[in-house]
Design a protein around this ligand. Structure first.
Ligand SMILES: NC(=O)c1ccc[n+]([C@@H]2O[C@H](COP(=O)([O-])OP(=O)(O)OC[C@H]3O[C@@H](n4cnc5c(N)ncnc54)[C@H](O)[C@@H]3O)[C@@H](O)[C@H]2O)c1
Length: 253
């Protein structure tokens, strides 16, 4: 049986572990050819081997790496159907204590890279009149947790980028959507809990914040990315799907 992404060519950034690796696995399982655009050569190569994908060592904040990734993808597959902007990192500070360089680091990775990668795939997608871009934003893209500055600024911007590009290119057959996960069980989440005195208690607290009593799994984000990237979602555009077990809908008393 044909997969939901059969023979589509998908570049997924930040694919060495966590949500990006889960997206690469889910896309490959649905028949896509996956380009593993990852800064960490060892982790990226392992995921590429597992998914029979193409590894391109790529720092998404480096234009030369982006250009090389696009070139290698087009040389190998001849087209780009899907881009998933997943690479990102928590940059958490109290605003008045933050070195200016941290603002630049956060914006470069969590916001500008999404545009730089989109800009790089647009010529091929526009030439063929088809394409799907999926940005991995965050519930930080709507709401603010104190002392996590400037990550939410970048993720609000990424949702703005999604809506903006979605409108600009809709008439050319290109859809741009985002996913806003709440807590997902990855190294990034554990690293955040590890900044507290009792990481296990912090994890339990995070689990209890979510109505199902647990946090999300990378695979749950990946399956939503499959849907948004596929031809099942052809009239969904400039939209952001929240994946947080209902946490955002809960009114704490
Ligand atoms: N884990 C969560 O709770 C959570 C929640 C909401 C949103 N997100 C978002 O999901 C995305 C993935 O998060 P994760 O938890 O899987 O993170 P992670 O840290 O586990 O994985 C990130 C991957 O991106 C790679 N990477 C980092 N910088 C890169 C760069 N400059 N160029 C290319 N690759 C780079 C890393 O090497 C790593 O393989 C991020 O955008 C993050 O903001 C995560």
């Amino acid at each position: 049986m044909a997969g939901r992404l059969q023979d589509k060519v998908a570049i997924v950034t930040g694919t060495g572990r966590g949500i990006g690796a889960a997206i690469a696995r889910a896309f490959a399982a649905q028949g896509a050819q996956v380009v593993i655009a990852e800064i960490d050569k060892i982790a990226g190569t392992a995921v590429a081997t597992e998914t029979e994908g193409l590894f391109c060592r790529c720092d998404v904040t480096d234009q030369a790496d982006i250009d090389a990734t696009i070139r290698q993808t087009l040389d190998r597959f001849g087209r780009i159907d899907i881009l998933v902007n997943n690479a990102g990192a928590n940059v958490f500070h109290r605003p008045h204590e933050m070195p200016r360089s941290e603002w630049a680091r956060c914006m470069a990775l969590d916001l500008e890279a999404g545009w730089a990668m989109s800009e790089a795939v647009l010529p091929d997608m526009r030439a063929r009149g088809a394409g799907a871009i999926v940005n991995i934003a965050s519930t930080h893209g709507f709401k603010i947790i104190p002392h996590t500055f400037p990550y939410p600024v970048a993720k609000h911007g990424l949702i703005g980028l999604t809506r903006s590009l979605g409108i600009e290119y809709a008439a050319e057959g290109i859809r741009v959507n985002a996913i806003a996960p709440g807590y997902v069980d990855t190294v990034i989440a554990q690293a955040y809990w590890d900044t507290f005195e009792d990481p296990a208690a912090e994890r339990r607290k995070a689990e209890q914040l979510h109505p199902p009593g647990r946090i999300g799994r990378p695979e749950e984000v990946a399956m939503t990315a499959v849907f948004l990237a596929s031809d099942e979602a052809t009239f969904i555009n400039a939209e952001t799907i929240t994946i947080d077990g209902g946490r955002s809908a809960l009114f704490h008393d």
